[in-house]
Design a protein around this ligand. Structure first.
Ligand code: O2Y
Ligand code: MN
Length: 609
């Protein structure tokens, strides 16, 4: 039996028993209970530097920061190895990979048997959300990866204070993770990222028992189990059962020049600039955006009938390539110290570099695969396109003072959006809660030539940006959104908007500059929440009049003609959209709520007028 390397810091009998059960299966060299301290972080970081797994960056360039290079086969979330193992297939629904839980547990127990030989089993008690908040949840992750431990230190709240809240009998979500690479007697990783081959990778969720089992990957969303696995897939099931919301949404605080505040939450599919929007620097004088969260929102009704949101995370796991001082200055500053970089390039002077960082590579680099890289001769990118920075939210200059308020912040507006070069206007507002749910259910991005599974130009629907993250049948999830609308009144519920920063002209020119100029659209949304903001009712919802979006200082970049095009109602485009939504909806069969069928029918009728 593996020995405990430090004192067991809890009297929670069920937790201790569960840890020992898993230790008996995984057979680690020892069990270590994480306390979440800086000393623990520093010790594990140094051990990984000494073993060659991590590079310590030049402290004069990036203080207290590390660089990791993963195995080239372990660079992103693996959707085809991510499973919802509900008792009934119907409960996973048409958008998830379903697998029988008994069969999966049998397979995975076989893989877990002895998988931690030669390694330490770390026990990570963590809180998603401010410790003790009534919206927060506690998880415990078992892992054999010190990389996971230090990332969890940044992304969640870890350690002793969490165990105090858990007490002797508190509920926790059990999360088991192994890199799936046992070590033989005397063997070490020799600085090579441990993981298992793709066919042995499993990212498994058991919604009925609220368990997460992950095997074979050490990377991001596959391994940091608090994030996508707990805070979205399992939490979405808990939220359905308990009457709250777990959403793939950024949360931002918007302050007007007069000092009035609105809180906005927004769901966008991957690669639509969610982190950039959450940290936006307005180009409009006097307006301020502050960040509450960049990826996930948990929301519960307050006694006043409003929805209160917390960011369950404590850090950002952001995409490095394309992030620069122009696109996201606040993210660059967040990642300027105390940061874990994964799969970016290393400069000769011990700094990091990636494509789109805003300046040329300063000399010869070491690329993400550990090879010498020279811009003049390179045939491949220096940083992996999914290279990441793990940065502390507390290091973000734009972080809102209330970002850790355990009560959460009251949400005024929901935004949905995707990358849509045509048809969808710059912004429109729903006519009702049901219409807003309809808008969320049709979110999607146009597929580019790079995505191989769909024809270029078609729309990949990603309802509520939850396609890879909803832990149950998406049809039931739509019904849950509709039920949320029944729990309060229209004046208290968030207003719902659909935005599209990605419109192009027929000859491929961007119509809208995006980034800081998106504050102009946020201003109109702010005004609409206040019952002002000029709008016209159209077949697809309320749209701003052409003069309603403040273009002060932007008149040369976005002309009157551009604005007209951005806000034009493209009836023929919407008729095609209707056909595409019909096909999308067919997937859900009987699970598609009648209210959404009615919304689609009503749209058809309005378009025919
Ligand atoms: O590739 C990964 O493992 C990370 S995926 C991710 C990370 C941060 C925020 N969002 C996402 C996402 O896929 O939505
Ligand atoms: Mn995300």
């Amino acid at each position: 039996m593996a020995k405990h390397l430090n004192a067991i810091p809890t009297k929670h009998a069920k937790l201790v028993e569960w840890v020992e059960q898993w230790a008996a299966i995984c057979k680690p060299e020892g069990i270590y209970w994480c306390d979440g301290s800086k000393a623990e972080y520093d010790r594990l970081a140094e051990e990984m530097v000494q073993s060659g797994l991590a590079v310590r960056l030049n402290p004069a360039k990036k203080p207290n920061s590390l660089l990791f290079r993963s195995d080239p086969s372990d660079v992103a979330r693996v959707e085809n190895r991510t499973f919802i193992a509900s008792e009934k297939q119907e409960d996973a629904g048409p958008t998830n990979n379903w697998i029988d839980p008994k069969e999966l547990k049998k397979t995975m127990l076989g893989l877990y048997d002895g998988c931690m030989k030669g390694r330490i089993l770390y026990v990570i008690p963590f809180s998603m959300g401010p410790v003790g908040s009534n919206i927060a949840k506690i998880g415990v992750e078992l892992t054999d990866s010190a990389y996971v431990v230090i990332n969890m230190h940044i992304m969640t709240r870890v350690g002793t204070k969490v165990l105090e809240v858990l007490g002797d009998k508190g509920e926790f979500v059990p999360c088991v993770h192994s890199v799936g690479k046992p070590l033989a007697e005397g063997e070490s990783d020799h600085g090579i990222w441990p993981c298992a081959p793709i066919e042995k990778k499993y990212i498994a969720h058991f919604p009925e028992t609220r368990e997460i089992w992950s095997f074979g990957s050490g990377y991001g969303g596959n391994a940091l189990l608090g994030k996508k696995c707990l805070a979205l897939r399992i939490a979405s099931v808990q939220a359905r059962d308990e009457g709250w919301m777990a959403e793939h949404m950024l949360i931002l605080k918007l302050t007007s020049p007069e000092g009035k505040v609105k809180y906005v939450a927004g769901a966008f599919p991957s690669a639509c600039g969610k982190t950039n929007l959450a940290m936006l620097i307005p180009t409009l004088k006097g307006w301020k955006v502050e960040t509450i969260g960049d990826d996930i929102a948990w929301m519960k009704f307050g006694k006043d009938g409003r929805l209160y949101a917390i960011n369950p995370e404590a850090g950002f796991f952001g995409v490095a390539p394309g992030t620069n001082m122009e696109s996201n200055k606040n993210a660059m500053i967040s990642a300027s110290r105390d940061t874990i970089f994964t799969n970016v390039a290393l400069t000769e002077d011990g700094d990091v570099w990636w494509e789109g960082i805003g300046y040329d590579a300063p000399g010869t680099l070491i690329d993400w695969k550990g090879q010498k890289w020279d811009a003049a001769t390179a045939t491949e990118k220096a940083a992996h396109p999914n290279a990441r920075f793990t940065a502390r939210a507390s290091n973000c200059p734009a972080i809102a003072p209330e970002w850790e308020d355990p009560a959460g912040v009251p949400i005024d507006a929901f935004l949905f959006g995707g990358r849509r070069p045509n048809t969808i206007p710059l912004v429109h507002q729903s006519m009702s809660w049901e219409h807003g749910v309809f808008m969320g259910s049709i979110v999607g991005s146009e597929v580019t030539a790079a995505a191989l599974d769909l024809k270029a130009g078609t729309v990949r629907r990603d309802p509520f940006a939850m396609l890879p993250f909803c832990g149950y049948n998406m049809g039931d999830y739509f019904a849950h959104w509709l039920e949320i609308g029944q729990k309060s009144t229209a004046d208290k519920l968030p207003k719902i908007f659909f935005v599209n920063w990605f419109r192009k002209t027929a000859d491929g020119r961007w119509l809208w500059p995006g980034f800081g100029d998106n504050s102009r659209v946020l201003k109109w949304i702010f005004e609409r929440c206040d019952g002002t903001g000029k709008a016209v009712e159209t077949q697809i919802g309320y749209m701003p009049t052409v003069d309603a979006i403040d273009r002060t200082g932007l008149e040369d970049k976005v002309t009157d003609a551009d604005m007209k095009e951005l806000l034009a109602l493209d009836i023929d485009g919407w008729k095609k959209e209707f056909d595409s939504i019909k096909v999308h909806y067919e997937k859900f069969g009987d699970k598609l709520p009648q209210a959404l069928r009615d919304q689609l029918k009503a749209l058809e009728q309005r378009l025919a007028k």
